[in-house]
Design a protein around this ligand. Structure first.
Ligand code: DX5
Ligand code: ZN
Length: 216
């Protein structure tokens, strides 16, 4: 499975409806929505009301990436706002199994994100329970950062772990994805690529998305 998820963090927040429509009419697969709390990451983005507003117009699944501490009390709120996938950070969840269980019980696909310094093997005892692993290929908090090359070896390790544990988890790569690394990422084993800056900074994002999907 080779999916593409434009990251709304790089969209024009004063014209969000327009960018959501662009995604609806493009070949992209999901919309990636980054929620930041200014505590887990050194930035604040947007939250529940914005996701709710996007849901009214989006025709594709909402892939919500929580970069927040203590996500548990908000799980059902994100479901109500329209999240289809809910991803939490390994580093932010003391009781990760309980959090993942809560996400699935709320009726969403459960994802776990790992920061660039977090080794893949730490997912050994949760990988069979989750639908998606989001491998951060930049330090989370901002769009437009440089891709970290060590990500490829993490994908290789993850492919092995997923097979070994008989997991169905998808591998998502988030940060610094662009035209130059897409092919290698997919061929190494990535299933979902998130792209913010590489889509929204171009003159014709619809064409860029088509070009990215064409690379597969
Ligand atoms: C970073 C976010 C990413 C970000 C990616 O913390 O999780 O989803 O929007 O942006 P680009 O593709 O510009 O690196
Ligand atoms: Zn993200």
């Amino acid at each position: 499975m080779k999916l593409l998820a434009p990251s709304i963090l790089s969209a024009d927040f004063a014209n969000l409806g327009k960018d959501v429509l662009m995604c609806n009419n493009s070949q992209c697969d999901w919309l990636h929505l980054d929620v930041m709390d200014g505590v887990f990451v050194p930035n604040i983005s947007f939250g529940l009301p914005v996701i709710k507003a996007i849901k009214k117009h989006a025709t594709k699944p909402l892939d919500v990436h929580l970069m927040i501490v203590n996500p548990d009390p908000f799980i059902t709120h994100f479901k109500d706002a329209g999240a289809d996938n809910l991803t939490v950070h390994y580093e932010a969840c003391t009781h990760l199994h309980r959090t993942v269980d809560g996400i699935k019980k709320a009726g969403m696909k459960a994802g776990v994100a790992i920061n660039p310094h977090t080794p893949v093997h730490l997912l050994h005892d949760i990988i069979a329970d989750i639908d998606l692993v989001c491998v951060m290929s930049v330090n989370p908090g901002f769009g437009g950062q440089k891709f970290i090359e060590n990500t490829y070896s993490k994908i290789e390790a993850l492919v092995q772990l997923i097979q070994q544990r008989n997991s169905k988890a998808l591998i998502e790569i988030d940060g610094g994805v662009d035209m130059n690394n897409i092919k290698k990422l997919y061929t190494t084993g990535a299933n979902v690529l998130v792209a913010g800056n590489a889509v929204f900074s171009t003159e014709n994002p619809t064409q860029t998305i088509a070009a990215m999907k064409g690379i597969v």
